[in-house]
Structures are given as C-alpha cells and as structure tokens.
Design a protein around this ligand. Structure first.
Ligand SMILES: [Mg+2]
Length: 280
C-alpha cells in the first residue's frame, strides 16, 4: 500500500448510481470509509459545473472531496473540509493560447450556421467550454470534420468531446481548449500534489473518461460501463502500451456487483490489495 493515494473519480454513472444498473447496498458507505482515511486524497472529475457537482454531493451524500475538476477539465477547485471551492487557474494562459486568444463568443460565431448544433444552457458554458446538444442520429465524424476545418482556418486548437445523455436521448458536444481534458486536469492534480502513477487511481465509465482510461494512469472502468466503451478503452489502452493500467470491474469483490462505487473499490483493490482492510 502506498503511503498516500490519490483517488480521482468521475461522478455520473461512476460514483453516482444514476444509471439503469443496480447499486450494491453497502458500496457507497464503504467508499466513504475508504476515502475518510487521511492517506487518501479525493478528487471528483466531472463534466458537471460546480453547482451541479454540489447538488450531486448533497443528493447522494457523497464524501467531501479535496478537489473538484469540473466542466470536463476546464475548471479545478480546491474544496477540502472547509468547503472553500478555491478556483485553481494554472491553465488559463494555455487555454487562451489554444483558442488563439479568441473568446467563447468568437468560437460560437464561427459555428452559428451549423443546423445540428443547439447551444446548451448558459450554466453549462464557461469561458473555455462551448457546449452543444446534437441529435443522436447526427454523423459525428462528418460534423467534427467541418468544425475542425473552420477552427484550423482560424488557428484555433480545440478538443471536441462527444458524449451521450442517455436519459435525455441526446448527443453532447463539448468544445474545449486542446490542452483541457480530464486527462490533463488529473495530470495537473498529480503534479500539484506530488502524486505519480504508483499512487493514483482514476475511475470512470464512458465518453470523456476514455482518454484517462487508456492512459498510463492506473484506471478503473466500472462494470456498468457499456460494452462498446469497454471494448474501445481496452483497445486504446492496449495500443498505447497501457493495457496493464486499465482494470475493468467484473463484480465479486466483497460480494458486491462491480457497478458504480463497488467497481471503484474493486478496481482500487486490484492495484492496491491492502486497501480491503480499510473498507471493513
Ligand atoms: Mg460518467
């Protein structure tokens, strides 16, 4: 067991049991017991903005995290016991440079004639996150190519992050600075707090988690993740030589089903078997 452990986890359908699969009854309480150990630093890494992260923490009675990475990696807050929510802005200059010093409004204007793009609510936008709803039957590859072409002409380096809001049956497109991602935010947290791959575990279930799942950072894909996500994450991790740093939860750990927080615990125990004693 390392002396310290950084646990970074996605929220929706990873720690939060808000998918169709069932949650093992004791899983979240056991997760809370694990992260209550002073050796554990806890970070929530979510596509949600701050208010929606706070809402999830309240509704699901989640442990207070040390850090929250919000808005798909474009915001980082130090939270802690005082619930200070201090914004860490180490990346602002890099974000501005990626977007060729153009604003959220400038990028929106570049794309305003594309009929399949419907702007998400104001609360889901920020200076470096331009977010749209896109019909599920849209050809994501073709639309991405059009957007990329326009950005290239303007010298803008952006990441296009696609995901799906299953309950709403709608596609989501987040346009971020190229260097903004869950992966870069997790790397920044590790760097800032002196963690490395030997004492960090990331947990996720889908879309914007895949980059971290396939990276050299030890990662856990919860059992309730979709089959196609599991297949893609496995393929990308193997291709990049990080296959041993991806664990896909199966269920069975401490009699739990591997979904949501049960999968998180199963995966952390895969990398650090000694933590089982911390959960009892
Ligand atoms: Mg998720």
């Amino acid at each position: 067991m390392p002396e310290r452990l950084l646990v970074c986890t996605d929220l929706d359908r990873t720690l939060l049991p808000n998918g169709p699969e069932s949650e093992s009854p004791d899983a979240r309480a056991r997760f809370a017991r694990l992260v209550a150990h002073p050796q554990v630093t806890l970070a929530y890494v979510s596509g949600r903005h701050r208010a929606l992260v706070e809402q999830a923490m309240f509704n699901y009675r989640l442990p207070l995290p040390d850090f929250v990475v919000g808005d798909v990696g474009t915001t980082i807050y130090r939270v802690g016991k005082q619930q200070a929510w201090t914004r860490i802005t180490t990346h602002a200059a890099e974000f501005a440079s990626d977007w060729a010093n153009q604003s959220h409004h400038d990028l929106k204007t570049l794309l305003q004639d594309l009929p399949d793009l419907r702007l998400q609510e104001l609360s889901k936008q920020n200076d470096y996150k331009l977010s749209y709803y896109v019909p599920l039957d849209n050809d994501r590859k073709a639309l991405s190519a059009v957007i990329r072409h326009r950005f290239e002409s303007a010298g803008i380096h952006a990441a296009l992050i696609w995901s799906t809001d299953e309950p709403m049956a709608i596609g989501l497109l987040d346009i971020l600075p190229e260097c903004a991602s869950k992966l870069h935010a997790v790397e920044a947290l590790m760097h800032m707090n002196g963690f490395d791959n030997s004492n960090t575990v990331f947990c996720g279930d889908s879309g914007n988690d895949i980059e971290v799942l396939a990276s050299p950072i030890p990662a856990v894909l919860v059992a309730n993740g979709h089959g196609d996500v599991k297949q893609l994450a496995r393929q990308l991790a193997d291709e990049s030589g990080s296959g041993a740093q991806l664990y896909i939860a199966q269920g069975g750990f401490m009699g739990m089903n591997g979904n949501y927080s049960a999968g998180i615990l199963e995966g952390i125990a895969h990398y650090h078997p000694d933590i089982a004693g911390w959960i009892e």
